[in-house]
Design a protein around this ligand. Structure first.
Ligand SMILES: Cc1ncc(C[n+]2csc(CCOP(=O)(O)OP(=O)(O)O)c2C)c(N)n1
Length: 966
């Protein structure tokens, strides 16, 4: 029965209005995705009347929708006792004899004891397939239909969703389509996929018995699930699918569904590299078998359309790839998809999630156990993070390594976490292949309609141990005795197709045989004599980039910019739109100050320098995304990149106007890029990883992630280690990801004083010896002037290669006049300087040279003046700590051969900061006969003392030691 097409406009749902409320960014702000409202046909008056007349029947039906999943047959092992679900007993609703509570068992429908002929009007309550019988149905028919739909091979959890429209969309769709026939050709294709996946694992076990590959055996239906999503996505006009997935079945998916060259896989299995020989092992160390990745075109069987699949590289750390893939999926769309849509003159606004699909595959133990999953789910509908809905597939083999689900999570279902974003969850029995395909179709239909996340709990099992060399029966004997006797899903499906004459046993056998032979052929073809790994595919502009040469880092690029245009950029960065009335104090402390400094061409502070760098980069066609907690205003109230109207809270990002109307003084013909300024949720791991994903999309993208205070980056340590630090060498993927980590001792205590410079220094690939040439994996800087910051940001995009940059960024000197710069220091011909030294009238009077880094310089310079020691002691600042600027340092030291002592000063403890890194390096360039003295805090268990008294005592001590004896 069809529902009326009457359209009602619902009042905005509480969640949606909350979204409006919590979003500082509104319409017109680049990257802002407006929350949508949906209307679906309401019930007709006669349907409404019947719903109230047959309220008991309605309660029964609603109970199935709410509780049916608990009685469904979704576990192929059927290990857990399915509970008796009294809520599914019609008698509880007066629809039969008196309830006998213990009697009801959900899978065998209870006799109602009622007159079997009695019929109920199901109008507006339950849909039946078109069978000509109309809406009057017996309780038996009704119960049977409900049990078929809600307690079969797919179980649905959707009644927790706050939107009535979304619930009704799903309910209508699943009730109509739950038994939709699957065509014989699709069934055959699905069987071939299962057979290939199973065959691949058997082949690998035979040919490479000692290689751990985390096979897909027991979870082969993941292949069907993925293929169905890709097939439906292709039909729906999706152009790119971004996949983040872990180890399990990854190789099966890569080689048996996607077109990863089997010869690459064989090389990996033989322990050989798969990166091309043009990337030398001195720089590119490659990665393990289970981290293979690809970008490829995919054409579904019997389709002429295709799409691009990006299966992203992953580290072993489970779920780290999840937010990275989300960032990649958004990056393809904002700005690139949106800009393409604008260019093509499309009248339709670009809708996230329609052309690019995010597909996230998880293990059951990791999904519930890894906190980053919760962080990532939290990004799903946030205005500047959403990528238009992710389809999640939890490959639920009911065990994590050796840990059974009962010890791995507190929740009932492996997927319960997804309810935090009220996503619908479909639990599917992995052994029921047709149900898997139907569930995936439904999931994609939901994502495409609402552009929101949906979760598939694909319940399967793991036929072998965690890896192929493990014995699972050591720890899970009952589970594994059951699995031992279970035919594989490929075998079960084969039997099913043979029984319905879709497939013959002989055809099945010959398909398997020829598949095995084709794998052997690939093995032979992968002979290192015959096969060399091809060059990496470089999508979206990366081909314009190159690999830097060893030692090239020492040459600085001209990062200066036309001063007149910079002035205009600066003015535009504080131009308030007419419709916005900002806070009056901002006018004085921020806008006027900035305008004055621009006019004078001096006193440019850090925030202004940053705005100038951003604006100039935009005008050169780069896209910028600045993301961090409270980054719009800036933790230190220094940035004010987002201005809020004092009455409506509407906001403006003044720099954004450069995109549509460049300054009049700019003669550049380049189409300016976009800027997205994002206040992130209060987490680091997922947002930083998200920016890392974005950074991989294009070399035109400058994603900047900012920590509230530097210390907090360490909750995202996994991504820093495995992507930022090691990504390029493992996968040959460059990125310009830039971290701003406010750093500095100012008495704020153990956790607001340090960005753990020492840890980043340990992450660099910098050799200990100066004479060993290398290509740095990242740049680590601690800048002390606004101009230096300007040049650094620009350097990120001015080179024809990309490198991650970590800025131990200033806090206390953001507005310090001594740290400000002249506009002329940013003019054409100027560059970043890795070392800053001081001009001394007569270098021969200098007795002591103190090398240091960061804001401490300004305090010491002040002290020196007060102590009247100018000319006796000189400070040399290292601005780029790694790669260590040997040459610039030697040049800076050269004028002071008569100095009697050289010290390294730092306000961090001895075991922290840059000391242990610079020591062996400075020793290579110090003037003969001089030892490097250490002046700083003693080694400590924390980065800074917790109380002011100690802090001051230590500060004073350092100061005294620096000037002692002069
Ligand atoms: C962050 C992290 N912790 C621990 C591990 C070690 N480990 C590898 S696989 C695995 C079990 C994963 O179980 P599940 O998520 O269910 O996936 P499955 O292997 O069962 O498919 C563990 C604990 C890891 N890889 N990453």
């Amino acid at each position: 029965m069809l529902r009326s097409s009457l359209r009602i406009r619902p009042r905005p749902h509480a969640l949606l209005s909350q979204t409006h409320r919590r979003s500082l960014h509104d319409r017109g702000i680049w990257g802002y995705e407006e929350p949508k409202t949906y209307t679906l046909p309401d019930f007709t008056p006669s349907e409404l009347a019947n719903r109230s007349q047959n309220a008991s029947l309605l309660r029964l039906v609603e109970s199935y929708r709410r509780h049916g999943h608990r009685a469904a047959l979704v576990d192929p092992l059927d290990l857990a006792q399915r509970p008796v679900v009294p809520a599914l007993d019609p008698r509880r609703y007066g629809l039969g004899a008196e309830p006998e509570r213990d009697e009801f068992v959900s899978e065998t429908l209870a006799e109602t004891g009622e007159d079997e002929g009695k019929k109920y009007d199901t109008t507006g309550i339950l849909d039946f397939p078109e069978d000509g019988k109309g809406s009057m149905r017996t309780m038996k028919e009704i119960s049977q239909r409900l049990a078929e739909v809600y307690c079969g091979g797919v179980a649905y959890e959707f009644m927790h969703m706050p939107s009535k429209h979304e619930r009704r969309f799903l309910e209508t769709l699943l009730e109509r389509s739950h038994a939709e026939p699957i065509s014989a050709s699709e069934q055959l294709e699905n069987w071939r996929l299962l057979a290939r996946s199973e065959g691949f694992d058997q082949w690998a076990a035979k040919r490479f018995p000692n290689v751990k590959r985390y096979g897909g055996e027991g979870a082969e239906s993941m292949m069907v699930a993925a293929a169905k999503i890709l097939g439906e996505a292709t039909k729906g006009g999706v152009e790119d699918v971004v996949i983040g997935m872990p180890h399990r079945g990854r190789l099966n998916l890569l080689t048996q569904l996607l077109s990863l060259d089997m010869r690459l896989l064989v090389r990996k299995m033989r322990g050989l590299p798969t990166l091309p020989p043009s990337l030398p092992p001195s720089q590119f160390t490659d990665d393990v078998l289970s981290h293979l990745f690809l970008s490829t075109r995919y054409t579904p069987p019997s389709s002429s359309d295709s799409l691009t699949v990006h299966l992203l590289p992953n580290p072993s750390h489970l779920e780290t790839v999840t937010p990275v893939a989300l960032g990649f999926a958004r990056g393809l769309q904002v700005p690139f998809g949106s800009l393409e849509a604008q260019k093509s003159g499309s009248s339709q606004p670009y809708e996230l999630g329609s052309k690019v699909l995010s597909l996230s595959i998880h293990g059951d133990a990791a999904f519930g156990g890894q906190g980053v999953v919760a962080e990532s789910l939290n990004l799903a509908s946030l205005p500047h993070f959403t990528c238009g809905g992710t389809v999640h597939i939890v490959v639920n083999n009911q065990i994590g390594y050796t840990t059974p689900a009962t010890q791995g999570r507190s929740s009932f279902y492996a997927t319960d976490l997804a309810k935090m974003i009220a996503a619908p969850v479909l639990h599917v029995n992995g052994d029921k292949v047709d149900d898997v395909a139907r569930a995936m179709k439904l999931a994609l239909a939901y994502q495409q309609k609402f552009k929101k996340d949906v979760v598939i709990d694909l319940v399967v099992y793991r036929r072998r141990g965690h890896n192929e060399l493990d014995e699972p029966a050591f720890t899970s004997p009952v589970m594994y005795s059951k699995i031992k006797d279970l035919p594989s899903v490929a075998q079960l499906y084969e039997q099913h197709l043979v029984s319905q004459s879709t497939l013959s046993s002989s055809d099945a056998a010959s398909y398997r045989k020829s598949h095995f032979a084709s794998l052997d052929e690939a093995l032979a073809a992968a002979d290192p004599e015959k096969f060399t790994p091809p060059e990496l595919e470089m999508p979206r502009g990366w081909a314009e980039m190159r690999w830097p040469k060893e030692g090239e880092w020492e040459t600085q690029v001209d990062t200066g910019y036309d001063q007149q245009v910079l002035r205009e950029i600066g003015e535009r960065s504080v131009q308030v739109p007419d419709e916005i009335t900002i806070h009056p104090r901002l006018l004085k402390m921020h806008i006027r100050k900035r305008l004055d400094s621009l006019k004078e061409g001096a006193g440019i502070d850090f925030a202004t320098a940053e705005a100038l760098a951003f604006g100039s980069l935009l005008l050169e066609g780069n896209h910028i995304r600045l993301c961090g907690q409270d980054s719009g205003r800036g933790t230190f109230s220094q940035r004010h990149a987002i201005l809020a109207d004092q009455t409506s809270e509407r906001v403006a990002v003044p720099l954004q106007t450069l995109t549509s109307s460049p300054p009049s003084s700019s003669s550049s013909s380049t189409q300016p890029g976009t800027i997205e300024v994002v206040n992130s949720p209060l987490s680091e791991y997922a947002p930083l990883s998200f920016e890392q994903g974005l950074a991989y999309v294009s070399p035109k993208m400058l994603p900047i992630w900012e920590a509230q205070f530097g210390d907090f980056h360490n909750t995202a340590q996994v991504t820093i280690d495995t992507y930022l630090g090691g990504g390029e060498t493992k996968w040959g993927m460059q990125s310009a990801l830039t971290l701003l980590l406010p750093h500095g001792q100012d008495g704020a205590g153990p956790e607001h004083s340090s960005s753990r410079i020492e840890r980043f220094l340990q992450l660099t690939n910098e050799p200990l010896s100066r004479s060993k040439p290398f290509v740095p994996n990242m740049h680590l800087v601690n800048v002390t002037t606004a101009a230096q910051y300007f040049h650094l940001l620009r350097r990120q995009m001015k080179r024809d290669y990309r490198k991650p940059l970590v800025v131990f960024s200033p806090k206390g000197i953001l507005r310090l006049p001594a740290a400000s710069s002249r506009l002329a220091e940013m003019a054409p011909g100027t560059t970043f300087q890795p070392v800053l030294t001081e001009q001394v009238a007569d270098p021969s009077t200098v007795e002591r040279v103190v090398l240091l880094s960061g804001k401490m310089y300004f305090e010491l310079a002040k002290q020196r003046a007060e102590r009247k020691l100018d000319g006796q002691i000189v400070f040399i600042r290292v601005e780029e700590i790694s790669p260590f600027p040997y040459k610039a340092f030697s040049d800076a030291l050269a004028p002071f051969p008569s100095a009697k002592s050289i010290a390294w000063a730092q306000d961090e403890p001895e075991n922290a900061g840059a000391y242990l890194f610079v020591l062996p390096r400075l020793q290579q360039i110090l003037p003969r006969g001089l030892e490097l003295e250490y002046i700083g805090r003693d080694a400590m268990a924390t980065p800074a003392p917790g109380v002011k008294k100690y802090f001051e005592e230590q500060r004073k001590d350092i100061e005294e030691r620096i000037f002692a004896g002069l």
